[in-house]
Design a protein around this ligand. Structure first.
Ligand SMILES: [Zn+2]
Length: 390
């Protein structure tokens, strides 16, 4: 196994409070040693052990690779016109998903995989070393299963979202669609998925339907995550906590009871500011959640309809500017928070034993991710100890 020393790091974010200052475990004038695909050592450069090869970070910052715990990247088609219309004054509704469903069903496997790969490469160049992605644009047994089969070739974090919207084929009989999602479709999809998800929202699935979907998924060994309280108040967040979902995603419209439930449970609140940006909607209140003691993750929600960004740095900037997060909190939520939302301890931190996923910023500290919005600061990326962006 080859060891690599990354040294002359101005600011290192470890997310290991034992290793440095504050919750981010910040170390100034730092170094990291990678042994194969794993972090072997992190700390002050003056104390770094010897390694086979060395990389000079030249006074720049190193952060854990971003963990994007919510995306929808198995799709085809384009919704530029819908975005353009919306930015000209039309309100967003969940129905736009059906446009992507039609295009996705018509695409070949090769076209879907090429599209997925393109956006994964785009995300990797921006420092995302772990991503979750979902089905949800097929809405037939075969189309949902193939989306997950394709996704599973590229990540372990695959989510079955047959319950994205009621299939247009079942517009007159939503109950029959829920029966399909919890029956034959689940059987076909479960072998490729780790997670089960549902869009619990007016116009999508109500609380009882969402409970049926998540419960059936759990019985098949999948762990729940929920699209909850995005467009309106509703039962999604409390259902997520009750069913011990790993994450309640969006959390834009929360009652005090919803916040209390999140604070008392094991469910991470994953905030997706790209969606509010791209739909000109009200921001989720990250400050309120953090002050209540809720674990908060940030993610892109990258999808062609409501949030077509793969940039975690952009989400960090929005969270700091408009959602009340400090730059430190936003960085934590985009790395360790995303790992928590995926119930992973091997990613989202730079500490001995963790996966060697690092992003080098062309800046002296992680604060620049919010301070310099829209600037492509990620200048090198290591994934599993291999430099994949330089
Ligand atoms: Zn989503």
């Amino acid at each position: 196994m080859t060891t690599t020393l990354v040294t002359n790091i101005a600011t290192l974010v470890t997310n290991d409070p034992a290793a440095g200052e504050g919750p981010l475990g910040l170390v100034q004038d730092a170094a990291v040693v990678m042994d194969g695909d794993t972090v072997a050592w992190a700390g002050p450069a003056a104390h770094a052990p010897a390694a086979d090869t060395a990389y000079d970070a030249a006074g720049r910052a190193v952060v854990p690779g971003f963990v994007d715990s919510h995306s929808h990247l198995v799709f085809a088609g384009d919704r530029t016109a819908e975005f353009n219309a919306r930015m000209s004054g039309r309100a967003y509704s969940a129905g736009g998903i059906r446009t992507t469903v039609a295009a996705t069903r018509a695409a070949t496997d090769a076209e879907l995989e090429a599209n997925l790969t393109r956006y994964l490469d785009e995300a990797l160049r921006q420092g995302t070393t772990t991503f979750e992605t979902k089905s949800g644009y097929g809405l037939t047994v075969e189309d949902e299963a193939r989306a997950l089969r394709i996704a599973a070739r590229h990540t372990d974090e695959v989510t079955y979202l047959g319950a994205h919207v009621v299939s247009p084929d079942y517009a007159d009989d939503p109950a029959a669609y829920v029966a399909l999602v919890t029956g034959e479709m689940l059987d076909a999809c479960a072998p490729y998925a780790r997670w089960v998800d549902v869009f619990c929202e007016k116009g999508a699935f109500d609380g009882d339907q969402a409970r049926a979907v998540l419960t059936a998924g759990k019985a098949k060994g999948l762990t729940p995550r929920v699209h909850a309280n995005q467009l309106s108040y509703g039962p999604g967040v409390r259902l997520a906590v009750e069913l011990d979902a790993a994450s309640a995603d969006h959390c834009t419209h929360l009652t005090p009871d919803d916040v209390d439930a999140l604070a008392s449970g094991n469910t991470v609140a994953t905030l997706l500011p790209g969606a509010e940006f791209s739909t000109r909607a009200e921001w989720p209140d990250a400050r309120r959640l953090l002050d209540a003691g809720v674990t908060v993750a940030l993610s892109t929600d990258c999808n062609p309809g409501s949030s077509f960004t793969s940039s975690m740095a952009f989400c960090i900037a929005l969270a700091v500017r408009d959602m009340g997060m400090t730059p430190d909190e936003a960085l934590w939520s985009a790395t360790a928070g995303g790992a928590a939302a995926l119930r992973r301890t091997d990613i989202g931190r730079i500490a001995p034993g963790a996966r060697a996923d690092l992003a080098l910023l062309d800046a002296p500290s992680h604060v620049h991710l919010a301070y310099r919005p829209g600037v492509p600061l990620v200048s090198a990326v290591w994934r599993r100890g291999v430099q994949v962006v330089s």
